[in-house]
Design a protein around this ligand. Structure first.
Ligand code: SF4
Ligand code: SF4
Length: 447
């Protein structure tokens, strides 16, 4: 059988040699330029078409997707697999807002804090919906979001213990994640979350060193929050639960941009060499009261983050996301993902509650989901149907042409030119991520 290179290969060079990443399989390998076999490999790799016997490394490269049969139409093959995944109801992801209210008043926050905690009847409705879902899926996940979700700790406890028990009964894989400001994540809550609620991922936002953070992420009553959040992070870093990930996120505008390296050192001091820790930064967007980064500054920030993480040894969260099939696709584009508001209103996107198209239905107190299909379908329509550029793209399996469906909904409403997709910012940086990512042991040596 003859073979060809996969169209989903991304090649990057670093000091040691070449790195290959395959966006379909997620495999990443390093080919050492000082290896005696490297020159013959480089020669053989130049061919458009080859046999596995042409080089000793080729069989291993075939096994992890870098080389594919010559007659394989990878685009149709991939699109059929993606279509199947969107239609197969074997997993479900709920982003649940126990409350819209928050104990912080961050300077850039877009939330209106209107809806109070989910009431008992709606909690029972949600539990019934989870019960019926668990009978048909193989994997179920919940992401707790808000407002500040830990203000609704009773809701999280009630729903999570139900979901954990059901997942055991039905042998369904279940895990959950939380996006929290960290203020209420005290040691007791953290221990309970890991051991009782099956919370496996914590994302906590800290906006730089104390003097900057405390100006930006203040309590509703106006007080500082840095010291308490940091003490909670220290507790998490010292914990010995092996099976979790905690992510420190920094929201950046011009005010705190220059503090990113200093804050990275603070984070490094807290987490040490903990393999469960991740760090990343994102530009603040949307609120004009902040001095927002320009596109150029945002790009520089992304590059700076890669350098800072290399220097400090911190693990950049972006490489987990964007070197992973489906990792660059927003949950709003996933046909098995819904956002559940405290009153049972259903949405697709957590950043556009004011957008009428984002209201996609409601969860009733008897556990039924009533979908508003005209709105719902706007979010999950595959971009590959609209954009020929996506069908040709080397990182299609990472982005799935769905990194932000909201952008396309808004562009359509504004009658903008829709002949090209708006690509995600990470596309520009994918080679940098490939060149610098930590490599998993199993792929470290293709021989
Ligand atoms: S939106 Fe851009 S990055 Fe994403 S699949 Fe399409 S062309 Fe590729
Ligand atoms: S659709 Fe866009 S704005 Fe909404 S959550 Fe996804 S990436 Fe964010």
């Amino acid at each position: 059988m003859s073979y060809k290179k996969s169209r989903y290969n991304v090649i990057a060079k670093n000091d040691k040699g070449s790195r290959l990443f395959n966006s379909r399989t997620g495999a990443i390998i390093e080919l050492d330029k000082f290896d005696p076999l490297f020159p013959s490999f480089a020669e053989a790799w130049k061919q458009q078409k080859f046999e596995l016997s042409d080089h000793i490394w080729f069989s291993a490269l075939r096994d992890i997707g870098f080389i594919v049969p010559e007659d394989l139409n990878e685009i149709s093959d991939y699109m059929a697999a993606f279509d199947g995944m969107q239609k197969t109801a074997d997993h479900m992801n709920l982003i649940v807002m126990p409350t819209e209210q928050c104990n912080f008043r961050c300077v850039y926050c877009y939330e209106s804090f209107l809806k109070p905690q989910m009431n008992k009847k709606m909690q029972e409705g949600l539990k019934k919906y989870i019960s019926t879902s668990m009978e048909r899926v193989r994997a179920f996940s919940i992401e707790w979001f808000g407002g500040e979700p830990l203000l609704g700790k009773e809701v999280i406890r009630n729903i999570s213990t139900h979901a954990v028990a059901l997942s055991r009964e039905h042998n369904v894989s279940f895990g959950s994640a939380i996006t929290t400001n960290g203020y209420l994540l005290d040691p007791g809550t953290f221990d309970e979350a890991v051991t009782e609620w099956n919370l496996k991922q914590f994302q906590i936002t800290v906006d730089g060193p104390r003097e900057f953070h405390d100006k930006r992420r203040v309590l509703e009553s106006g007080g500082p929050t840095f010291d308490k959040i940091i003490s909670h992070l220290e507790y998490i870093a010292k914990s010995d639960y092996p099976d979790l990930l905690y992510v420190v996120r920094m929201n950046v505008d011009r005010e705190n941009l220059r503090t990113v390296p200093e804050f990275a050192r603070i984070v490094k001091e807290i987490v040490g060499d903990d393999k469960r820790a991740r760090f990343f930064a994102r530009p603040v967007w949307g609120k004009s009261e902040c001095d927002l980064l320009t596109n150029f500054e945002s790009r520089s920030l992304r590059k700076q983050m890669v350098e800072i993480c290399e220097e400090t040894g911190l693990h950049l969260f972006d490489t987990d996301l964007f070197l992973h099939p489906g990792g660059g696709m927003c949950y709003a584009a996933d046909s098995h993902s819904l956002v559940v508001g405290p009153d049972g209103a259903l949405y697709k996107c957590t950043s556009a509650f004011e957008l009428p198209e984002n209201f996609v239905g409601k969860l009733t107190e008897d556990g039924t989901v009533e979908l508003k299909l005209d709105n719902y379908s706007l979010w999950v329509k595959p971009g590959t149907e609209k954009y020929s550029q996506c069908r040709q793209c080397a990182i299609l399996p990472v982005c799935n042409s769905g990194h932000c469906p909201k952008i396309d909904i808004e562009r359509t409403k504004r009658n903008e030119d829709m002949s090209r997709p708006v690509c995600p910012p990470f596309k520009e940086d994918i080679k940098t991520f490939v060149a610098t990512a930590a490599i998993e042991e199993e792929y470290a040596n293709v021989e």
